[in-house]
Write a protein that binds this ligand. Structure first.
Ligand SMILES: NC(=O)c1ccc[n+]([C@@H]2O[C@H](COP(=O)([O-])OP(=O)(O)OC[C@H]3O[C@@H](n4cnc5c(N)ncnc54)[C@H](O)[C@@H]3O)[C@@H](O)[C@H]2O)c1
Length: 274
């Protein structure tokens, strides 16, 4: 049979591998014969080739993780993230949210890209919470062009108020981190096209994972349903399948795209329903 996904024997790095969408991604990859390097702040329960502890909020921890990963990697699945300044029973600063979800994530991905072969591929998880990135496109593009971890943090400190002045909503830090991630993904994907390396994101709508409850806490309990007429949140498996599609041979000419995995939730506005 023709293996059109082509994960057999592929070295795959998965962040956020201990829970939710990252854990589902590991399960699917294991079933397809991939060799999974699992990165997370918590130890994953599924069997993997190697677990590497990482804190995406800490540059030294990312550098240490990079040193423990193979010199050649085929696919990267960046799933780790936090729901806002409240996550997993802890509180975080806005800068922590920006760092874990965007600055640390891009620093890790940038560290892994030189290890990818031609036709290598990266998929990151953004969010439908970042779907209004066009409203702040020019600012996010400046952010995307900052070089490295500290420069990214400094840019955010210098421009935080400017971003907030254009924002009308809840869970500011989370929304900014995901908007920034989408704009960076698009910016970086264009540069990588010359190297024949693909970079895409998915933007999940509400998904039934341990993080789900933290979203309403971050929005003062006011969070909308983020679900279309399909009537139920997606499963982590729904999201993992979209990630596997993007990083597979099926998506061989797809790059720089944010795939909204939302069962038409984001088109609600077109029908006057928002
Ligand atoms: N659940 C939703 O409704 C939803 C919607 C849109 C987007 N997302 C995004 O999906 C991704 C996966 O989230 P999930 O819903 O599976 O949540 P989850 O909480 O189940 O999984 C997140 C994983 O990230 C890890 N993690 C957290 N902080 C980390 C850090 N500092 N360093 C390394 N690892 C860290 C956690 O240990 C966990 O394994 C996230 O990027 C999230 O923002 C979630």
């Amino acid at each position: 049979m023709n293996d059109i996904l082509n994960y057999e024997g592929k070295i795959c790095v998965v962040t956020g591998a201990a829970s939710g969408m990252g854990k589902s991604t590991v399960a699917l990859l294991n079933g397809l014969g991939a060799r999974v390097y699992a990165l997370d702040i918590n130890e994953p329960s599924l069997p993997v080739e190697k677990y590497v502890r990482i804190n995406l909020g800490d540059k030294a921890s990312i550098d240490a993780a990079l040193a423990e990963l193979p010199e050649k990697i085929d696919r990267v699945f960046s799933c780790a993230g936090i729901a806002g300044t409240i996550y997993g029973g802890r509180t975080f600063s806005e800068l922590d949210v920006l760092t874990i979800n965007y600055i640390g994530t891009r620093y890790l991905v940038d560290g892994l890209i030189p290890r990818l072969p031609e036709d290598g591929s990266v998929a990151v998880i953004a969010s439908t919470g970042g779907m209004k990135w066009q409203l702040r496109q020019n600012l996010h593009l400046e952010f995307a062009k900052t070089d490295g971890f500290e420069a990214g943090q400094q840019w955010y400190k210098d421009h935080r108020d400017e971003l907030e002045a254009t924002f009308n909503g809840l869970n500011f830090a989370y929304m900014m981190s995901k908007e920034a991630l989408i704009v960076w993904m698009k910016h970086r994907a264009f540069a990588l096209s010359g190297e024949h390396i693909r970079l895409n994101s998915i933007s999940p709508a509400a998904t039934d994972t341990p993080m789900a409850e933290d979203f309403s806490k971050n929005a003062n309990g006011l969070r909308g349903s983020h679900v279309s007429n399909v009537g139920a949140a997606s499963t982590p498996d729904d999201q993992a399948k979209a990630l596997l599609f993007l990083n597979s041979d099926l998506a061989s000419y797809v790059s720089g795209q944010d795939l909204q995995v939302d069962y038409a939730f984001t088109v609600k506005g077109l029908h006057g329903l928002q």
